[in-house]
Design a protein around this ligand. Structure first.
Ligand code: PMV
Length: 334
């Protein structure tokens, strides 16, 4: 059996953050989150089930990754393989090639787009007629934020439940990504969350505060209140990082602080610019489309900022016509 699918998916940025998991199996977030799926940054994954292989073959950005290097990827593939028509589908294994046109594993949410693309490609190529909720569940177990990238626009993840809250055109918004490193982050989000919950004196405060910030942000989004969304998104990111700092986890670099300074300077000039930061040193800046050019120029002049990517609310993961993965240097294009 050889069946192939090519899927594209985009990362998402959480406006209200998820940080911390529920006890037990299943990779279930401890707090609700609300994200926006980003066009302009793209993961492209080609997957085929091939009876001629002795194990899955997983190639990320041109480099072969062994089972031990990508255990969650292999676990997802094993799970889908067990569901292949005819049990293990004539002993087929997956041949996967995936590429990101943005830095991998440095807090730019490549795991979100990566696991969303992988879950959709693996099930599509297998001919499984799973609905998007079931595919999102599979993706969530690889990386919880990946469940959100199955959907476009503004998306809520609450426990195991994931659903779109508003379409991509609900709130005119540009996300400027100030890239501050091309390197992989030192502490992945799973370890970072575990360390934070074990060691931070502020863990309880975060777990209590995050759902309130989330509810307020959701209301601001539904009211199309750009400044409310921005203010609450920045508050959520700051609270998450304050909690992580309490456990000794510093995801920021000097460039992160510089970029935060630029965002504050912009606000002082009357530009509605708001920062959010994930498990890495990059700063994502929310602005209205009309302010994007000026804000981008300011970020590009900021010490330590290597380049600035521009993203807008975009589509969920989807299958596309089969063609070889393509790397687009520099500027991110879908
Ligand atoms: O789903 P993960 O393991 O990539 O963790 C996501 C963690 C944050 O990006 C910091 C927050 C979020 O809700 O996306």
């Amino acid at each position: 059996m050889i069946r192939e699918a090519v899927v594209v998916a985009h990362p998402n940025v959480a406006l209200s953050k998820y940080w911390g998991k529920r006890d037990g199996a299943g990779n279930v977030p401890a707090v609700p989150s609300l994200s926006v799926t980003l066009s302009g940054l793209t993961t492209r994954t080609r997957l085929r089930w091939d009876a001629g292989l002795a194990d899955h073959r997983f190639v990320l950005g041109g480099a072969v990754q062994a089972r031990g290097q990508a255990p969650r990827v292999f676990a997802l593939l094993d799970e889908v393989r067990a569901s292949l028509p005819g049990g293990t589908g004539g002993a087929a294994f997956a041949d996967v090639e995936t590429r990101n046109d943005f830095p991998t594993a440095s807090g730019l949410a490549s795991s979100a787009s990566g696991f969303a693309a992988l879950a959709l490609a693996a099930t599509r190529a297998a001919g499984l007629e799973w609905d998007v909720t079931r595919i999102a569940d599979l993706a969530r177990r690889g990386s919880a934020s990946a469940a959100r990238s199955l959907f476009g626009g503004f998306v809520e993840l609450d426990g195991t439940a994931v659903h779109p809250v508003a379409p991509a055109d609900h709130l005119p918004l540009v996300v400027l990504v100030a890239v501050t490193t091309e390197a992989a982050k030192a502490t992945g989000s799973t370890d970072g969350m575990r360390i934070t919950m074990e060691r931070s004196p502020y863990a309880r405060a975060w777990l209590e505060t995050a759902p309130h910030l989330h509810e307020e942000l959701r209301a601001a989004l539904l009211a199309r209140d750009f400044d409310g969304v921005g203010r609450l998104a920045e508050a959520s990111a700051m609270a998450m990082h304050a909690c992580a700092l309490g456990a000794g986890l510093v995801y920021w670099s000097g460039a992160t602080i510089e970029a935060l300074g630029t965002v504050r300077t912009l606000r002082g000039l009357g530009v509605g610019a708001y920062a959010t930061i994930d498990a890495g040193p990059h700063v994502k800046v929310l602005v209205r489309p009309g302010d994007a050019a000026a804000a981008r120029a300011s970020l590009e002049r900021t010490p330590g900022v290597l380049r600035v990517l521009e993203a807008r609310p975009g589509e969920g993961a989807r299958a596309v016509a089969s063609e070889p993965p393509r790397r687009v240097e520099g500027q991110a294009t879908p």
